[in-house]
Design a protein around this ligand. Structure first.
Ligand code: XIL
Length: 464
């Protein structure tokens, strides 16, 4: 396949979509009339996605529908912990990379799913606990998010961490037992590893205002107020034969916290109401300006994990179901949003604005020459992730070194965007190829993870 040509085509389609959105704004009485899910969603500044099982990419009927109707994909299983780190420290990215390539060749954005989850953990992680598990989990987040850095529109950093039922509290799991701060540690590690990706919390049974969604709401509000980097909340929306009347109001209350919301795993029990429920979910997303996209959990009924529920928009033959038409109509009828830098792009995620309450790292003003470095730490009992900001002085740099003296007992276990010499005591980090040369005042970042405590470390920068 001629990838360049396909990409050019995708750009043209996107430009036409933007034009159409502009026209809709001036000619408000003219209904838009996209004829595919992706075109209709794009006209309204949204994406329309599908969960993809890697092995289906060789099924013609499947791929034809996928490429015609969808402009976003999420791996159904290929980026989960058991798939990406089957043995501790041995990473396997074949399935994830294959899907990313397909997405890039076809102008689709990628949702990453899921960095940490109580289910589908590799056996070695299932039998771990305490500090060893916490460190392994944060290392997993760092490694996987680093591997896919720059290619993911939004990551489900943490999946399904809240309990069902009326408690509104956390679900018990080996991860939860490492300490209640495991979720924020994961988000901070993901931000350090892939600063351009939107970072989401994702869960199910959150289809209205209920105890579980309120527990999550309170967590997101707390994260925003403390500067924990969270940008979006995913509502899986595995639905039965009815929809909570406050589905949209629930999305809106999260959006009002300053995060994007997305429908991330939509499927609906077949039967009389299926088309109506699909349409109601689509309308709810369209009516919430921070609802940036909808993903169905599969393409055709026979691709669905829900088996005989026939829960999706296409028959196995590839034919469109009534639910398809109702979704398309709801997309075409819905209000548009002006695509902003947060709108998904296939390979270039927009800059992520850190929440306003993030305590600004105290970067000293660049000196006349040389460079300066500042560190921001995410610590927990027994470990830490350090993000280091390097700022060039007025002469710029050809390369740089940052030295950090760790307290006794602390040790560096992992470094990204720099190479470390030494692991304990005074550790020297040197730029890698692509981030050594900085213009005057220019900033770059690298990070490292360690065991023990790094409290109070002060980095010293030397330019070369
Ligand atoms: C499901 C997949 O569809 C199945 O193929 C797999 O066997 C189990 O997981 N919530 C999630 C998804 O976040 O990852 C799950 O996917 C469905 C429920």
């Amino acid at each position: 396949m001629n990838h360049k040509r396909v990409l050019r085509l995708a750009v043209t389609v996107a430009a036409t979509g933007a034009l159409a959105a502009g026209m809709t704004m001036t000619l408000t009485s003219t209904a838009s009339a996209g004829t595919t899910l992706k075109a209709s969603a794009a006209e309204k500044g949204r994406y329309f996605g599908a969960a993809v099982a890697g092995q289906k990419l060789s099924d013609n009927t499947y791929v034809t529908i996928l490429n015609r109707e969808f402009n976003s994909v999420v791996p159904e299983n290929d980026m989960k912990w058991d798939a990406t780190e089957p043995q501790q420290g041995r990473f396997s990215y074949t399935g994830g990379d294959r899907l990313v390539s397909h997405a890039q060749a076809n102008g689709m954005s990628v949702r990453g799913h899921a960095l940490l989850w109580h289910a589908q953990q590799p056996g070695w992680a299932q039998s771990m606990s305490g500090t060893a598990l916490r460190n392994a989990a944060i290392n997993h987040v760092t490694q996987v998010a680093t591997h896919f850095r720059g290619k993911i529109y939004a990551w489900d950093v943490v999946n399904e961490a809240f309990a069902d039922g009326g408690s509104g509290g956390r679900r018990d799991s080996n991860l939860q037992r490492t300490g209640n701060d495991w979720i924020e540690a994961a988000f901070r590690a993901a931000r350090a590893a892939d600063p351009g990706a939107k970072l989401c919390y994702n869960d199910y049974n959150t289809d209205g205002i209920n105890a579980k969604s309120t527990g999550i709401y309170n967590m997101v509000r707390d994260f925003r107020s403390r500067g924990v980097p969270i940008d979006c909340v995913g509502f899986q929306s595995h639905l039965g034969t009815s929809l909570a009347s406050d589905y949209q109001a629930n999305l809106q209350r999260f959006a009002d916290l300053g995060v994007d919301v997305q429908i991330t795993e939509l499927d609906v029990m077949s039967g009389g109401n299926q088309a109506n429920i699909f349409a109601a979910v689509t309308r709810a997303c369209m009516n919430v300006s921070r609802c940036t996209g909808i993903t169905t959990w599969g393409v055709r009924d026979c691709d669905s994990w829900r088996g005989s529920d026939n829960a999706l928009l296409f028959e196995c033959s590839g034919n469109k179901k009534a639910a398809y038409t109702s979704v398309l109509n709801a997309l075409n009828a819905g209000p548009g949003i002006t695509p902003s830098p947060t709108t998904p792009g296939p390979t270039t995620p927009g800059p992520t604005t850190p929440p306003p309450t993030t305590p600004p790292p105290t970067t000293p003003p660049p000196g006349p020459d040389g460079c300066t470095a500042s560190v921001s730490l995410n610590s927990w009992t027994g470990g830490f992730v350090a993000s280091v900001k390097v700022t060039a002085g007025s002469a710029g740099t050809n390369g740089w070194n940052v030295s950090v003296t760790l307290p006794g007992g602390a040790s560096v276990t992992n470094t990204w965007s720099a190479t470390a010499s030494g692991a304990t005591g005074t550790v020297r980090f040197t730029n890698v190829n692509y981030n050594g040369r900085l213009g005057a005042g220019q900033v770059t970042e690298f990070g490292f993870q360690g065991t023990g405590s790094a409290a109070g470390v002060t980095p010293t920068c030397t330019a070369s």
